[in-house]
Structures are given as structure tokens and as C-alpha cells.
Design a protein around this ligand. Structure first.
Ligand code: NDP
Length: 246
């Protein structure tokens, strides 16, 4: 349980859902963890408390992923306060559902700003600060591999972009021993996609395993990629999707 002892990590969108579970899991293995949040300061404070209960340093930074300046400043602040950076988990993201004819330019810009540009800017800011041998882990989606129904073109595009970015990052950073990978969750029970929501049964019907995943299922994959066992894994996608792509 101490494979990340002394590591320094930043998790974007760490106030709720998958990001919160990842931050707490990293702390449980010995990492000090900074998180960013946008609209949930109280949830972010609760996550910081849990990081501290695990015996690690934690702090929260307000930074809208759609605001490039705020993202760059958050990465720099995490580096400064933690005293370095070993792991970036690019998790902040928003859902989007809409038929191609209904998606507005404003929705298009907002989703790409958070789900794509926000990750790129965070990766760019972290690239110069990460220690040699560091890790980047981006939270994509199984939707990048396979769309099972209508209305997902915008969200799927945003998550497919993460796959392309990741391969480029792996090449750019490999000489320093820094790995970059995407975790692609299937349906995970969070407020973005509740396991008892109106679309839950339909989503389950596409899986090999007849259940939604938990945030801990995703955090376990992040721990693997951040830990010693993941040191020779880079430029790839790790699906944690209950068999969505099977
Ligand atoms: P939640 O809605 O439960 O949590 C989203 C998190 O991202 C919150 O901490 C939220 O912070 C943060 N966030 C959202 N918008 C911004 C923003 N503009 N700037 C900074 N932070 C932001 O979602 P999940 O935990 O379910 O999703 C996390 C990631 O996993 C996303 O990238 C999502 O696309 C991906 N994913 C989720 C799946 C699922 O089924 N749940 C499946 C596949 C992928 P705050 O509340 O402070 O705004």
C-alpha cells in the first residue's frame, strides 16, 4: 500500500466522482495530492480532508478547465506548493448528449474547451514541470472506441481527441522516461451518469458485465499506471469498461 510513497500528484476535477476517488486512492498509496475544482468548493474541501485522513498533504485549487490561464496557473501552483510533480491525472470533463442537428456552436466550444483544450493545456503546463520518470494519465471514455447509439458525436469526438493527444505526448516525453496513457471508463456510477438513471439499463445492455463500474474500478487502473507496475506502459488506452468494446 506504499508504492506511491512521497510521490506528488495533481488531479484535475478532483472534487467529485472519478477524480475524487482517484485523489483519495493516490493518497492511500502514499502520494501528496493537489486537486482542481470548478463549481464544488465544499466537495473539494471534503476530498482534501480525506487525503489528510490518509496521512498525506492535500489542497484544492479553483480552476475552470475551460480557462487556459487558470489551468496553467493551477499546475504551477501545485508544483510550487507540493515541491515538485510526479503524476498528472487529467480527469476534469463534462458530458454531452445531442443529435448532430441539435448541438449548438456554444455547446461545441464549451465541451471541446473542457474535454480537449483543458487537458492539452494541463499536459503542456505539466510537461515542463514533471520529474523525469513521471506519469500522465488522461481520463477518456469507451465512447472513443465505439458509439452504441445516437446523440454522442460531440462527446465521442472530444474523447477520441484525447487518444490522439496521448500518443503524441508519449512520443514527446518518452526520452525523459515520462509515460502518458488514457484510461477509458465505461459507464461509471457518478452524478454525471448515475447507475439508476434513465439511460442506465440501455448502457448495461451493451456490456459484457451486467453492471455499472464504480469510481474505485477506475481509480485502480490509475494506480496501476501511476505505480511501478506501469513503468513500461505508454501511449496506450486502458479500457475499464465492463466489456463495452468486447
Ligand atoms: P462528475 O460529473 O461526477 O465529476 C466531474 C468532475 O470534473 C468534478 O470534480 C467537476 O468539478 C470537474 N469538472 C467539471 N467541469 C469542470 C471544469 N470546467 N473545470 C474543472 N473541473 C471541472 O463526472 P465523472 O466523475 O463521472 O467524470 C470524470 C471524468 O470521467 C470525465 O472526464 C468524464 O468524461 C469521464 N468519464 C465518465 C464516465 C461515467 O460514466 N461517469 C464514463 C467515461 C468517462 P466541479 O464539481 O468542482 O465543477
Amino acid at each position: 500500500m506504499t508504492e506511491l510513497m512521497g510521490k506528488l500528484a495533481l488531479v484535475t476535477g478532483g472534487s467529485r466522482g472519478i477524480g475524487a476517488a482517484v485523489a483519495i486512492a493516490l493518497a492511500s498509496r502514499g502520494a501528496d495530492v493537489a486537486i482542481t475544482y470548478n463549481s464544488s468548493p465544499e466537495d473539494a474541501a471534503g476530498v482534501v480532508k480525506q487525503i489528510e485522513v490518509a496521512g498525506r498533504r492535500g489542497f484544492a485549487i479553483e480552476a475552470d478547465a475551460a480557462d487556459a490561464g487558470a489551468v496553467t496557473a493551477a499546475v504551477a501552483r501545485a508544483y510550487e506548493v507540493l515541491g515538485g510533480l510526479d503524476v498528472l491525472v487529467n480527469n476534469a470533463g463534462v458530458g454531452a448528449v445531442g443529435m448532430i442537428g441539435d448541438v449548438t456552436v456554444e455547446e461545441l466550444d464549451r465541451v471541446l474547451a473542457v474535454n480537449v483544450r483543458g487537458l492539452y493545456v494541463a499536459a503542456q503546463a505539466a510537461a515542463g514541470l514533471l520529474a523525469d520518470g513521471g506519469r500522465m494519465i488522461h481520463i477518456g471514455s469507451c465512447i472513443a472506441d465505439r458509439n452504441t447509439g445516437p446523440g454522442m458525436s460531440l462527446y465521442a469526438m472530444s474523447k477520441a481527441a484525447v487518444v490522439g493527444m496521448n500518443k503524441g505526448l508519449a512520443r514527446d516525453l518518452g526520452a525523459r522516461g515520462i509515460t502518458s496513457n488514457v484510461v477509458q471508463p465505461g459507464p461509471i456510477d457518478t452524478s454525471m451518469n448515475p447507475a439508476d438513471g434513465p439511460f442506465a439499463a440501455t448502457q448495461r445492455s451493451y456490456l459484457a458485465l451486467d453492471r455499472f463500474g464504480t469510481v474505485e474500478d477506475v481509480a485502480a487502473a490509475v494506480l496501476y499506471l501511476a505505480g511501478p507496475g506501469g513503468s513500461y506502459v505508454t501511449g496506450t488506452e486502458l479500457s475499464v469498461d465492463g466489456g463495452h468494446a468486447a
